[in-house]
Write a protein of this length. Structure first.
Length: 262
């Protein structure tokens, strides 16, 4: 089975690392064929065109939309939610919140549908990496409804169960601000956990800020869901080099542990 990736040039001035390292490098290593389209192109249509061309050359293409964010794709994170709830029960933990990055919406939709299905009472907070809150919440809600329908275990997802915070998008999709860089460095050095500048680093910067803003009580159990993406870090090497050379804050003082971040 072969794979063709249809990628949108979302970043205006990508460097060599962005184009050739990280996930692009891994995709090529794994034998993928990559096709690029300009920013703003209708990617759904672009995939249809690529599929049509493969079909005409005798292949049998199957299109997976961006992020795999269909009801079927969201079942993966519905299962993740059930697994998390089981693990928490074994550890005798009450899960109050799950925090994670939200982009194409399937992660959050699946988590919400899965949690509703087992009636866990755990809240989900998606930290947006791109879209404004209202837009992202409606999109995730529709997808969560469709996922729940596919699971045949819940009738309706309450609109209020879908909560997105868009305060940490920063300069835009795929662009990291200083808070994201700080979050990535802090978690790497304190926990040995590798985050990325596009998704998990932004969500962690959001979580750290929300803790500072006392969004959670000291008794809440908050799970940060690491959704992967670490290879992307290598596409953003320069960001860290720049931060190191221009920062006037000594590195040691930028790494103070944050109370309540576990
Ligand atoms: C590493 C990582 N985390 C989170 C997300 C966001 O998930 P979703 O697109 O399902 O909202 C993505 C999406 O590509 C991702 O690559």
């Amino acid at each position: 089975m072969r794979f063709t990736g249809v990628l949108e040039h979302r970043i205006a001035d990508p460097g060599l690392d962005y184009l050739e390292s990280g996930n692009a490098f891994l995709s090529r290593l794994l034998g993928s064929h990559l096709v690029y389209r300009p920013a703003g192109d209708d990617m759904g249509r672009a995939m249809q065109e690529v599929a049509a061309s493969l079909l005409s050359s005798g292949e049998h293409p199957y299109i997976i939309p961006g992020g795999g964010s269909t009801p079927l794709g969201s079942l993966g994170y519905a299962q993740c939610a059930e697994e998390l709830v089981q693990q928490a029960a074994t550890a005798q933990l009450r899960l109050d919140y799950i925090i994670h990055p939200t982009g194409s919406g399937g992660t959050q939709a699946g988590l919400i549908a899965g949690l509703e299905c087992v009636q866990s009472g755990t809240k989900v907070l998606g930290i947006s990496v791109k879209a404004p809150r209202e837009q992202q919440e409606s999109h995730v809600h529709a997808l969560a409804q469709a996922t729940a329908k596919l699971m045949e275990c819940v009738r309706d997802i309450d609109r209020k169960a879908v909560e997105v915070n868009s305060d940490y998008v920063g300069p835009g999709y795929g662009r990291a601000d200083a808070a994201t860089v700080e979050a990535i460095e802090l978690v790497a050095r304190l926990e040995g956990v590798i985050l990325d500048p596009v998704y998990t680093g932004k969500a962690m910067a959001g979580l750290m800020d929300l803790i500072r803003l006392k969004r959670f009580s000291g008794k809440d159990t908050v799970v940060f869901l690491h959704t992967g993406g670490a290879p992307a870090l290598f596409s953003y090497r320069e960001l860290f080099m720049r931060q190191d050379s221009t920062s006037d804050t000594p590195r040691e003082t930028r790494n103070q542990p944050l109370k309540n971040v576990v």
